[in-house]
Design a protein around this ligand. Structure first.
Ligand code: ADP
Ligand code: MG
Length: 249
């Protein structure tokens, strides 16, 4: 049994079957990558796992409990945190304030801006936020406005916002999209550190094969809303069906 068990998940948008019949089992404390061409349904699948979308069919179980029908906040409290494809940070607020808001959101269930005034006074949260910012190497930038960060640092901040929620599982949708190579390599190092130093299961959607092969223990290839194959990175590299359907050979 995996910590996350997806069975028979389907999702339709009007006439489009975005997910057909997805079965996926993710082992606790592993890094599981989901790859596949644009439009394969990767983000849709992730959204179904975090309560942003409700699948039409199937079940999603996290640590033996159903995720379906729960609000994103309840799912967060179950121990799942996520980074979406487009960064979701508050540009007008400082790095520290963003992390505090994420902390607050897990406890009280909202990402409201006015929460920040009450949050400022909570020293336990501030201590935790400081620790996480130090862990992701951003403490020196704590007072900067989030909008002024580089793309790589925005991703790093989002990662801090997830980690401060002390998740058991981290879901990442293309964390290195649009990054320069140096930032990508920093992100790989950060994720390796998270993998090696915390009891966190990571599911990562990623188009950059260098990232995938640097991190993943298992890889699922999704094509047209259905898993084509799941295997170790070594086997995926040489898989004829994958080369044909995904690598375009
Ligand atoms: P991927 O992340 O693998 O690139 P997506 O999950 O974003 O793919 O999309 C899968 C398919 O579903 C695409 O054809 C996309 O256009 C469609 N789709 C995704 N979200 C919606 C939506 N909210 N409404 C309608 N169609 C959508
Ligand atoms: Mg996507």
């Amino acid at each position: 049994m995996g910590i996350l068990e997806v069975k028979g998940v389907g999702k339709r948008f009007g006439g489009l079957q975005a997910l057909g019949d997805v079965n996926l089992s993710i082992k606790e404390n592993s890094v599981h990558a989901i790859i596949g061409p644009n439009g394969a349904g990767k983000s849709t699948l992730l959204n179904c796992l975090v309560g942003k979308l409700i699948p039409d069919t199937g079940s999603v179980m996290f640590d033996g409990q159903s995720v379906l029908g729960r609000s994103p906040h309840e799912i967060c409290q179950m121990g799942i945190s996520r980074v979406f494809q487009t960064p979701e940070i508050f540009g007008d607020l400082t790095v520290m304030e963003n992390v505090l808001i994420a902390c607050f959101a897990k406890r009280d269930g909202s990402f409201e801006l006015n929460a920040i005034t009450s949050v400022r006074s909570q020293s336990d949260m501030r201590d935790m936020a400081e620790t996480i910012l130090r862990d992701v190497n951003m403490l020196d930038k704590h007072a900067m406005h989030a909008a002024s960060l580089s793309r790589g640092d925005k991703r790093r901040l989002e990662m801090a916002m997830c980690l401060v929620q002390q998740p058991r599982m981290l879901l990442l949708d293309e964390p290195t999209a649009g990054m320069a190579r140096a930032d990508t390599n920093n992100t790989i190092d950060l994720l390796k550190e998270i993998r090696d130093t915390r009891d966190i299961t990571i599911a990562i959607i990623e188009h950059d094969m260098h990232v995938v092969f640097s991190l993943a223990d298992r890889i699922t290839v999704l094509a047209q809303g259905t898993p084509l194959v799941e295997d170790s990175p070594e086997n995926i590299k040489g898989h004829p069906k994958v080369r044909e359907a995904y690598l375009g050979e």
